[in-house]
Design a protein around this ligand. Structure first.
Ligand code: ACO
Length: 162
């Protein structure tokens, strides 16, 4: 498997991958309005890291937005396709994502975790206690009552690639 960073840049093959990822999110996050998922996945401020099998088959991914001046990123959506969940792909994806985002000088990750995903995020180093100063992130990300805000510190010198 490969991990590919994909943005909405008009490339046909990459657009197809974003559509596949959007469909995984829509199926795995049924409480999220579909139009909202489409809007963020194709928004130019958002990027996605896709897990790709056999060069073209998207089996999951993470959609996020970086706030470079604030040095944090918000994870909007994260999902693995149904029949491949709980096989370790979600952990590999998060490690790859941390490795990538660390190189972009991002120090914190924030996400509104669905209640049933809190356990997964805890295992990936996310906490409900927010250490970042509110000035740094409040007003940048939207409040969302359907989830629990969680934060992960991305240590600048940890090797997340292992
Ligand atoms: N609750 C508690 N623990 C969990 C959950 C969960 N919902 N899902 C996985 N875990 C645990 C696993 O048991 C495993 O523990 P272990 O290391 O002790 O064995 C660990 O977390 C990692 O498991 P993976 O196999 O790496 O996880 P997976 O590949 O299934 O990916 C994910 C996790 C992304 C949550 C996946 O199950 C999924 O797509 N679920 C449906 C969509 C979803 O809930 N997405 C997150 C919503 S919140 C958001 O998008 C911001």
């Amino acid at each position: 498997i490969d991990f590919k960073i994909i943005t909405n840049n008009g490339n046909h093959e990459r657009m197809k991958m974003l559509i596949d990822l959007k469909n995984i999110f829509a199926r795995q996050l049924p409480k999220m309005p579909k139009e909202y998922i489409v809007r963020l996945v194709f928004d130019r401020n958002h990027e996605s890291m896709c897990i790709v099998k056999d060069d073209t088959k998207v089996i999951g991914g993470i959609c996020y937005r970086k706030y470079p001046t604030q040095r944090f990123a918000e994870i909007a959506f994260l999902a693995i396709t149904a029949n491949l969940q709980v096989k370790g792909y979600g952990t590999r994806l998060m490690n790859k994502f941390k490795e990538h985002i660390q190189k972009q000088d991002v120090e914190y990750l924030l996400t509104y975790a669905d209640n049933y995903a809190i356990g997964y995020f805890r295992k990936q180093g996310f906490y409900q206690e927010i250490k970042m100063n509110p000035d740094r992130w409040k007003g940048f990300i939207k409040d969302y009552d359907g989830g629990t805000l969680m934060e992960c510190y991305v240590h600048p010198s940890i090797d997340y690639g292992n």
